[in-house]
Ligand binder design. Structure first.
Ligand code: NAD
Ligand code: MG
Length: 326
């Protein structure tokens, strides 16, 4: 990834932008674009529960077909699994020629789950953070890192639009990184599956179970294996791995350095390679998208099982005590 040096912040002032969806990313993009003084509408379903929020924030809300047909920049911020059908039914038939079509994640485009009409410019703006953080960092004027990419550049100006859009939602100019849809999509899926939302959670639960099975109290196991993750994660983000090591005790440093690679050894690395292969061959995307109803049911079942794990009960009690100050 290279840093993007394009610097035309006014590139969007002549455009009418349609933000489709008002969830985690959608509300943050819309509010930040509004505060950046740009001309935008939010495209929502007639029965969307977000209409009152968007209207009371001073945004213009339209039905999706109308928002798309009257705009020259359209950014799709509905869930990835909803994008194929929504795009085919309500977005594609209403796209004007030469529209700039944007995404915050490359999945639908990279795995060809949507059919891009000719004479359409396609770009990616993937902020490094969930929507609430993106909004907060904009309000604090600190900004955030962001990846941008271009898949179709009919006009020759799509990189400028992507960069201008990233700047307008609050990305730090020196932290806008050029990538491709393929790289962003595959790396993002891998990161969330292998490390952030998959591997880390299993590591925490395995540590918790190892301690409680050996007779340690649930409270002690929770503090050691979950609660303190944040302390180390903050150090890692602020100082890197070497910097984190420098900030902990000699005992923790020696223990981590000598035992860590026994926990994450060859078996885990091979499993990571196979997870990456499933992503790259499109198997994961097919599993996610081929039957949205079945995906929803599987997620609900897995979450139901997960909610019954003992770490949830002790965690809820401890968080209440800490956050409630009692
Ligand atoms: P979300 O689930 O928070 O919100 C999606 C919104 O889409 C809903 O609030 C609603 O307004 C609308 N919507 C839902 N179902 C719909 C339907 N059937 N028809 C029409 N509209 C519907 O989604 P999100 O997390 O903001 O994700 C949007 C995009 O941003 C995805 O491509 C995602 O990969 C990407 N992204 C998300 C994050 C994140 O942290 N959440 C970070 C970077 C990129
Ligand atoms: Mg992701």
């Amino acid at each position: 990834m290279s840093c993007d040096n394009t610097r035309d912040k006014n590139v969007l002032t002549k455009e009418r932008i349609a933000v489709i969806g008002y969830g985690s990313q959608g509300h943050a993009h819309a509010l930040n674009l509004l505060d950046s003084g740009l001309n935008l509408v939010v495209g929502l379903r007639p029965d969307s529960p977000h209409r009152p929020d968007a209207l009371s924030a001073g945004l213009v809300v339209e039905d999706i077909p109308q928002a798309v047909s009257k705009s020259n920049v359209v950014i799709i911020l509905v869930p990835d699994e909803v994008q194929p059908s929504l795009f085919a039914k309500q977005i594609k038939p209403n796209l004007k020629p030469n529209t700039y079509l944007g995404f915050a994640h490359g999945l639908a485009v990279h795995f060809k789950k949507i059919e891009i009409p000719p004479q359409t410019n396609v770009f990616l703006v993937a902020p490094r953070g969930p929507g609430r953080l993106i909004r907060r960092l904009y309000e604090q004027k600190t900004g955030f890192a962001c990846s941008i990419a271009v898949a179709c550049d009919e006009s020759g100006a799509t990189w400028d639009i992507a960069n201008g859009y990233a700047s307008a939602i609050g990305a730090i100019p020196g932290a806008i990184y050029r990538t491709t849809f393929a790289e962003e999509c595959q790396a993002d899926l891998f990161g969330e599956q292998a490390v952030l939302c998959g591997g880390l959670v299993e590591l925490i639960r395995a540590g918790y179970e190892t301690l409680t099975d050996a007779g340690f109290s649930p409270e002690m196991a929770y503090f050691e294996c979950l609660h303190e993750v944040k302390l180390i994660a903050d150090l890692l983000c602020e100082k890197g791995i070497a910097g984190m090591r420098a900030s902990i005790s000699t005992t923790a440093r020696f223990g981590g350095l000598t035992r860590g690679s026994r926990i994450i050894g060859e078996e885990v690395r091979n499993a990571m390679k196979s997870v990456l292969e499933e992503i790259q061959t499109g198997r994961f995307a097919n599993e996610l998208l081929s039957d949205p109803k079945e995906t929803e049911t599987r997620i609900a079942d897995l979450q139901k099982t997960e909610a019954h794990h003992p770490i949830e009960e002790v965690g809820a009690r401890i968080r209440k005590a800490i956050q409630g100050g009692s």
